[in-house]
Design a protein around this ligand. Structure first.
Ligand SMILES: NC(=O)c1ccc[n+]([C@@H]2O[C@H](COP(=O)([O-])OP(=O)(O)OC[C@H]3O[C@@H](n4cnc5c(N)ncnc54)[C@H](O)[C@@H]3O)[C@@H](O)[C@H]2O)c1
Length: 354
């Protein structure tokens, strides 16, 4: 199989999309367009047949409104799952059972511990490589940080993920002309159940990008406790967690803002790491990592591509047999970590309302 950058003309990896909403249109299709030596889009499926047809027409792919039609299409080597969260687990399992060469599932790849266990079993049984689209884990800036950070994963006492972004639609509109976008629902913030559901949405939809990075410093989280959990208007959260002897601060504000800021920090007694990521949807180079130890700062990045392209480059390597797939067990522990924070915030909100 060709790698990105190899001569054109050799057969390329056929990608099939389950779900053709803004993430497919504004994130994955532009990434694949830059990796045309390695990939082509073979099939686009969406439950909305008009969206499937319009998106497929943009890339010369076959359209359909049926998952079985896409999974049965021999031109589809790799399945990308970009449907809403609640369908991810069943679609990952179906794609693995269809014997595809790899599955890329947008985050989160499941919404319950039971689904995570089912995916673990199917992954072990079929051996199909699974990647979760937590794009920061594939960002060359983060990968360089992992090389730089020495014993910080053992010594860090404080971990911070801080996100200040404009609403997604602004970036989607910069990247493409989105064909369909659902209306925003009305939410009653006086209702604790609504607040808990919004926090769950924030954790599984946004914080989850950096939770695998946090977990690199907190491999054991059995004692996880949520100390504070609040919604920030119009959309965002402030969540304070203790786990594995570490303090974890998760903050996000999606609001009219310039300039966007997405920073991950790990602070230890002798050194501190800051990784500054580009906003979601933006494909203009990688994160920059800075490690300061005893007054000396080492910097890595920016590199030429970010984690969105990194995901697809990794898939090309996995299909070619030159790169290893992520460990399914680690992906499942990342998800369990996120779900433990969701459960902790729900208990915190319920206790505060009582
Ligand atoms: N990696 C990132 O930066 C990033 C950013 C935003 C969202 N996401 C994730 O990407 C996924 C998709 O996000 P979006 O904003 O495009 O979502 P969306 O809900 O706006 O669009 C999803 C599309 O899936 C279709 N769909 C609904 N049910 C389906 C089914 N059962 N099978 C196939 N298609 C179905 C819908 O018709 C819609 O066109 C979500 O899981 C989200 O968490 C990732």
């Amino acid at each position: 199989m060709p790698q990105p950058g190899e001569a054109a003309g050799s057969p390329t990896i056929g990608v099939g999309f389950l779900g053709a909403g803004p993430v497919t249109q504004a994130i994955h299709l532009p990434s694949l367009a830059r990796l045309g030596e390695a990939f082509h889009v073979a099939h686009v499926m969406d439950v909305d047949a008009a969206v499937a047809s319009a998106v497929a027409a943009r890339v010369g792919a076959a359209p359909s409104a049926s998952m079985d039609a896409l999974l049965g299409d021999p031109a589809v080597d790799v399945v990308a799952i970009c449907s809403p969260h609640q369908f991810h687990a069943a679609q990952v399992i179906a794609a693995c059972r269809a014997g595809k060469k790899a599955v890329l599932c947008e985050k989160p790849f499941a919404v319950s511990a039971e689904e995570a266990a089912e995916i673990a079993a199917v992954s072990a049984e079929t051996g199909v490589p699974i990647l979760v689209g937590a794009m920061h884990t594939f960002d060359p800036g983060w990968l360089a940080a992992e090389e730089l950070m020495g014993d910080l994963p053992r010594t860090a006492h404080t971990l911070r993920s801080s996100i200040v972004l404009p609403p997604n639609a602004r970036f989607e509109d910069f990247a493409t002309e989105v064909i369909a976008r659902p209306a925003a629902p009305h939410r009653d913030l006086g209702d604790p159940a609504v607040v808990a559901a919004m926090l769950e949405g924030g954790i599984l939809g946004l914080a989850i990008h950096d939770l695998p990075l946090v977990r690199r410093f907190v491999p054991d989280f059995a004692d996880l406790e949520v100390l504070r959990a609040e919604i920030v208007r119009p959309f965002g959260y402030v969540i304070l967690v203790r786990a594995g002897g570490r303090t974890i601060e998760l903050t996000a504000a999606m609001t009219s803002t310039w300039k966007p800021d997405w920073t991950f920090e790990a602070v230890g007694p002798d050194s501190a790491l800051t990784v500054t990521f580009t906003p979601s949807y933006v494909q203009a180079g990688s994160a920059v990592a800075e490690l300061t130890t005893g007054g000396r700062t080492r910097t890595a990045g920016p590199f030429g591509h970010n984690g969105y392209e990194g995901e697809w480059r990794r898939i090309a390597g996995i299909v070619a047999g030159t790169e290893r797939a992520p460990e399914a067990a680690a992906l499942i522990d990342d998800l369990r970590f996120a779900l433990a924070i969701v459960d902790g915030t729900r208990s915190h909100i319920t206790e505060a309302a009582a």
